[in-house]
Design a protein around this ligand. Structure first.
Ligand SMILES: [Zn+2]
Length: 400
């Protein structure tokens, strides 16, 4: 221990002398980085200890320089010759073993062998926390212990809700401003896919099963499926990014989405082939999955909540009626609004009022911004002409 303290003094004294040399001759002062390079691996101290002492020396120099510049001419740069100096260990290279603290001493500059570290028994009543600094003073060890206190999350949470539909892939709202991510592209991908596959199947039915012609058509089908799947996932990623961007911008802490398992159940009763084709339930689930992990990455929670009656209830008077078309028109009070925005706002209303859609609590004002997540290229796919002289087919994906 005494050895470490005198070795630290040796380093300190060398720094004092070297810095004085430059000051005396009015030369450009050496920088901390130059000192680090100069003194590295020349002392029987751990490299991090050497660095910590150099850091301390330069902090000292800087304080004196500022004091002198401010008119305090009595302030002196480090000048004292020391017999002992407190070596310092920082952060990771302080090791703790059971109730001992181990302070490494680095590699001997002459023998190139690892020096024996200093181990000191810690008292039993040491405060909780991580030892971030240890300073070896005369007859005592000074420890800096950092105790991380968990900062409580702000109690006031801002909630946004999103309604997932087919025409607008999602409308997200905080009650004031809404964003609609348009999902028409998704519909056209799915429609194009269905049409292309149907046409190919029609041609295929004329071939003998597993013949060369049949296999070629089968390969084309797989290619179309792969392509449309990639387009779908790409579109869903981009749409999810738009919604996540909205939540981040509005500093939302929680996003409420309609419970998809519920949609699934309702659709079973009254299965609409057209709706299923427009927005497959599978891609809806994938979409919610994307939303969840993308939101989690920026610390926003996703919660699914029952969306029953959210599209039917009038946000102004509470009257229940099933809207037709893209607009919501209340036959009782005359309220009109964008259907998907009404759905999202009602979901938020319902979530904030614990399951009840309170009339007049949140009334949509029609501040909807429409965003198309992706400009879709029309894709034209021509199958290779078959040997049997079948007519070649054009598979064109029409934009909705
Ligand atoms: Zn109404």
């Amino acid at each position: 221990m005494t050895d470490a303290r005198s070795e630290a003094a040796r380093l300190w004294n060398k720094m004092v002398k070297l810095h004085l040399y430059f000051r005396k001759r009015n030369k450009k002062w050496p920088t901390q980085a130059q000192f680090e390079k100069h003194f590295a691996r020349k002392f029987r101290l751990h490299s991090q200890t050497i660095q910590a002492l150099i850091e301390k020396f330069f902090a000292n120099i800087e304080t004196t320089r500022v004091n002198r510049a401010n008119g305090n001419k009595k302030a002196r740069y480090p000048y004292k010759e020391k017999t002992y100096f407190n070596p310092v260990w920082k952060g990771q290279h302080i090791k703790q073993q059971l109730n001992y603290i181990v302070l490494p001493m680095g590699i001997d500059p002459h023998t190139r062998k690892r020096n024996l570290g200093i181990s000191i028994r810690l008292p039993k009543d040491i405060p909780n926390g991580k030892i971030v600094q240890a300073e070896l003073a005369f007859g005592k060890l000074l420890l800096t212990i950092q105790n991380e206190i968990e900062i409580e999350k702000p109690k006031v949470e801002k909630v946004a809700a999103t309604d997932l539909g087919s025409i607008h892939l999602g409308v997200v709202t905080d009650g004031t401003n809404s964003l609609a991510v348009v999902g028409r592209g998704l519909r056209s991908i799915n429609q194009g896919k269905a049409k292309a596959l149907a046409e190919l199947s029609a041609v295929q039915s004329k071939c003998e099963k597993y013949s060369r012609c049949w296999k070629k058509l089968q390969a084309t089908k797989r290619k179309i499926l792969r392509k449309t799947d990639n387009q779908t996932y790409n579109l869903l990623h981009q749409a999810a990014n738009e919604i996540v961007g909205y939540c981040e911008e509005k500093q939302v802490s929680k996003l409420v989405v309609g419970d998809i398992t519920e949609i699934n159940r309702n659709k079973k009763k009254k299965s609409s082939r057209r709706l299923n084709q427009e927005m497959g339930l599978l891609s809806l689930g994938v979409f919610v999955g994307y939303l969840e992990y993308k939101l989690a990455a920026i610390g926003i929670e996703l919660e699914s909540y029952s969306e029953s009656y959210t599209t039917k209830t009038c946000p102004a008077c509470g009257h229940k009626h099933k809207p037709k078309g893209r607009q919501y028109r209340c036959p009782k009070c005359g309220f009109t609004g964008v259907r998907d925005e009404v759905g999202a706002i009602n979901l938020l209303n319902k979530f904030l009022n614990k399951g009840e859609i309170k009339p007049q609590f949140l009334v949509p004002k029609g501040n909807v911004k429409y965003l198309r997540p992706l400009k879709l290229k029309r894709f034209a796919k021509r199958s290779s002409p078959t040997d049997t002289g079948q007519p070649s087919i054009h598979v064109v994906c029409a934009d909705g």
